[in-house]
Design a protein around this ligand. Structure first.
Ligand code: ADP
Ligand code: MG
Length: 233
């Protein structure tokens, strides 16, 4: 078990993040530029092949940008009291079809919960990112168990899977911008989660064992942010 001190030292390094984004976006751009040149000089069959790669690269840039969008505050960041159990259930309902395809069983154990004061879209995004990761850690299917409880002034959410798990080394690096072990990963999902939970005055703890599974535990103050002007957040 390793406590992640919210990686504040990592997520606050805007310069590192900017450098990472620049790098991750320049790679596909360079490849697109090169391929466009080749299109002038090639036959139809090759051109079709190049166009496919160009589309893939454009989609990758698009994907990176949309992963970051949730932090970029394109819309007003709006803190409100809301029912987080309902939000989690909505995410599960949304992901159920994909879970079925992947032979993944999702369960959700919910206690009577207080409302939470927070940014509903952002906190929903945290749940989405965590369930997505859990699903991707279950290539041959398995179980994802979610739970929500409340303990004196805090809500505790957990997302647990019995999938690939992580080495100690991996656990140390998760949440670093662009750290990914996946062929098509962006390595932005957890960075975004850590940042959002940090903005809410909460914390994330990870517990993982290679080839056994992983659990993430998110603790959120029920109303710690209510005294702060949400605009400042
Ligand atoms: P991505 O999913 O694009 O790789 P994330 O930031 O969401 O980026 O995750 C970073 C890395 O953390 C993953 O590549 C994986 O190695 C590890 N990871 C995250 N969640 C899990 C999980 N539930 N089980 C195993 N490994 C995980
Ligand atoms: Mg992810």
């Amino acid at each position: 078990t390793e406590e992640i001190l919210l990686k504040s030292e990592k997520v606050s390094l805007i310069g590192d993040l900017a450098a990472g984004i620049a790098h991750e976006i320049r790679n596909p751009l360079t490849s697109i530029a090169g391929l466009v040149q080749l299109i002038n000089e090639s036959d139809h069959e090759k051109n079709t092949f190049f166009k496919d790669i160009i589309l893939t690269e454009i989609n990758r840039i698009n994907f990176i940008v949309s992963e970051l969008m949730v932090l970029a505050k394109p819309h007003a960041v709006y803190f409100s009291w809301f029912n987080i159990v309902d939000s989690i259930q909505n995410v599960i309902d949304l992901m159920q079809p994909e879970a079925n395809l992947r032979n993944v069983i999702i369960s959700f154990e919910k206690a009577n919960m207080p409302l939470v004061y927070g940014e509903k879209n952002q906190l929903t995004q945290v749940i989405i990112n965590m369930i997505k990761n859990a699903m991707e850690a279950l290539p041959d299917g398995g179980e994802i168990s979610l739970a929500a409880t409340s303990v004196d002034g805090h809500v505790v959410l957990s997302v647990k899977d019995n999938g690939l798990g992580m080495t100690e080394e991996q656990q140390k690096r998760i949440g670093e911008p662009f750290y990914t072990t996946k062929f098509n990963g962006t390595g932005l999902g957890l960075m975004v989660c850590f940042k959002i939970i940090q903005n809410h005055g909460g914390s994330i703890v990870v517990d993982s064992k290679l080839n056994e599974g992983t659990s993430f535990m998110i603790t959120l103050p029920v109303h710690a942010t209510s005294e702060v002007d949400p605009v400042l957040k």
